[in-house]
Write a protein that binds this ligand. Structure first.
Ligand SMILES: Cc1cc2nc3c(=O)[nH]c(=O)nc-3n(C[C@H](O)[C@H](O)[C@H](O)COP(=O)(O)O)c2cc1C
Length: 261
């Protein structure tokens, strides 16, 4: 069975999970969502979409990709969401978008990984990260088994009441504001003008002006710029100064850069 795995990743969790899933199949291809949106989507027997949960829902670029997804009827489609605490209702959103395009979402898995939303919290300890990565390897094998058997019907989401509360509060009200949230980023005097923030931005939302980053208006709020800054000069609002950054240890800056369309 040919499997195409599309992914969006800022700090590597989704790329690591997508790679691990791919390694369970003989004929799997890894494709960045940003590139697929630019060059078009090819047909495969099965399609998996791996993305991070944002505000209990979907990153905007993932919603855009799902809207653009045109596949042969009967293609087996599944989603895998990585999340730091609460998966929300990302799979339900994906299912609804796909349904409007005449496609069926067969199942949606959620894999807990270290959270990367530094405006709210710092990275967990390396020891806890390692425990999570060990559990992720086991989860991936279960997911691959499920997909190989083309099973249906599992959608791993937060409980209905939690979703009602958090999803309604954050995603429904906040998602449209995401592109303009880039206004909250700023850079300290520690900036060494290396331009790596612009390099890792998966959606090319950063321009360098006089050697320093300037954020444009199509931000995904993914935190790649803040997390990959080698001197931790990039901050968001007032809460990120001094907070521990996060990047998946098996994913490189080049891997993240490779997503650029
Ligand atoms: C803007 C933003 C919103 C997030 N919202 C949630 C959330 O609602 N629930 C959750 O559990 N994790 C949330 N996270 C954490 C990410 O989903 C999680 O760390 C994910 O594994 C990151 O994937 P990546 O490393 O591939 O970018 C959020 C992260 C960001 C940047």
């Amino acid at each position: 069975m040919s499997l195409d795995l599309y992914y969006f990743s800022a700090t590597g969790n989704c790329l690591a999970v997508a790679r691990d899933i791919a390694s369970e199949f003989e004929d799997a291809r890894l494709i960045p969502i940003t590139k697929a949106l630019a060059v078009g989507i090819e047909q495969a027997d099965a399609v998996g979409v791996v993305f991070p949960v944002y505000m209990f829902g979907l990153p905007l670029i993932v919603a855009e990709f799902l809207k653009a997804l045109k596949l042969n009827p009967g293609t087996y489609v599944f989603t895998v969401a990585t999340f730091g605490g609460l998966p929300g209702r990302a799979h339900s959103l994906a299912r609804n978008i796909l349904k409007s395009g005449g496609l069926k979402l067969s199942c949606g898995f959620s894999v807990i990984m270290p959270g990367n939303y530094t405006p709210l919290y710092g990275a967990i300890s390396e020891e806890k990260q390692k425990e999570m990565f060990s559990r992720e390897k086991i989860r991936v094998k279960e997911i691959a088994q499920f997909v190989r058997a083309r099973k249906e019907g599992v959608f791993e989401e937060s409980p209905v009441f939690t979703n009602f509360l958090f999803y309604s509060l954050f995603y429904r009200l906040g998602a449209k504001q995401i592109p303009s949230l880039s206004k909250g980023f700023w850079v300290t005097d520690a900036c060494i003008k290396c331009g790596r923030c612009a390099g890792v931005c998966p959606v090319a939302n950063i321009e360098m002006k006089d050697g320093r980053p300037v954020w444009l208006d199509h931000c995904q709020h993914c935190m790649a710029c803040l997390q990959w800054c080698p001197v931790e000069a990039i901050q968001y609002a007032k809460t990120t100064v001094g907070r521990k950054r996060y990047r998946h240890p098996a994913v490189s800056e080049e891997d993240i850069k490779g997503q650029k369309a």
